[in-house]
Write a protein that binds this ligand. Structure first.
Ligand SMILES: [Zn+2]
Length: 108
């Protein structure tokens, strides 16, 4: 997360941490030029590659992750309706610089 933030600032982008509306607040999203970048945690948002649901309280975790995923849809819908560009990325995509660069390309 920090790495992405550094890259933003290095490229002269301003990061506004305020959301257009308060209904959705997250520390994992940044607004740049009416573009919202949402970083989904592999575990909490059920990444197919990395999310391993714990054996203990299995159904609790399944519910929790499903709830997050349905909220994700609502959030995406909200931004689309308000004509924001959404870049939604997985936490694991931040692991290398190449992918971070791709995010910047998408921003243009
Ligand atoms: Zn992942």
């Amino acid at each position: 997360m920090k790495k992405l933030q550094k890259n933003f600032v290095a490229k002269g982008n301003k990061i506004q941490k305020k959301q257009p509306q308060t209904f959705w607040q997250t520390k994992c999203s940044y607004n740049v030029k009416k573009t919202v970048i949402i970083i989904d945690s592999c575990f909490w948002h059920g990444c197919k590659k990395h999310c391993r649901i714990p054996e203990t309280n299995h159904s609790y975790w399944v519910n929790e992750i499903n709830r997050n995923r349905s909220r994700d849809k609502k959030v995406s819908k909200y931004y689309k309706e308000n004509k924001w560009k959404i870049i939604r990325i997985w936490e694991h995509q931040l692991e290398n610089q190449k992918q971070i660069n791709k995010i910047f390309q998408d921003l243009k």
